[in-house]
Design a protein around this ligand. Sequence first.
Ligand code: ABT
Ligand code: MG
Length: 138
Amino acid sequence: MSNRTFTMIKPDATAKGHTGAILDQIIKAGFTVKAMKWTKLTKEQAGAFYAVHKERPFYGELVDFMSSGQIVAAILEKDNAVADFRKLIGATNPAQAEEGTIRKKFAASVGENAVHGSDSDENAAIEGSFFFSGLEIF
Ligand code: ABT
Ligand code: MG
């Protein structure tokens, strides 16, 4: 089991000014930042990042949304990082997310749900290397 995960604070959350509060909650939950950048994805980059969802009906909207504004991408470290981080952010649909989770507090809808968290150790490594070179990771 790896101790790292990958996250993005999504365009809805950066636009609403929630970046600081979300990072604060992540760090207070015991995650250490191993790499971080504030950036904006092109449509092509967002499409490539979410290529696993290519056949899903929401793919076009997802790519438009994820390239619509600024994001913060980060690699995070903690024991049991992938599972613990998904617990911290809550269910994909904020309406079903537990009280106190990041999505419950900051997300508006399933399509614009404030944060991303990797769903496996394998994807955490793939997603981390999508954004960061070895030189940028502590
Ligand atoms: P991500 O952390 O963004 O991957 O979300 P999560 O893993 O919780 O959920 P998945 B299933 O991976 O959703 C990927 C993105 O697609 C959006 N989505 C998902 C919809 O817009 N409609 C849907 O019906 C579903 C299932 C939510 C996710 N986010 N964005 N941005
Ligand atoms: Mg996912």
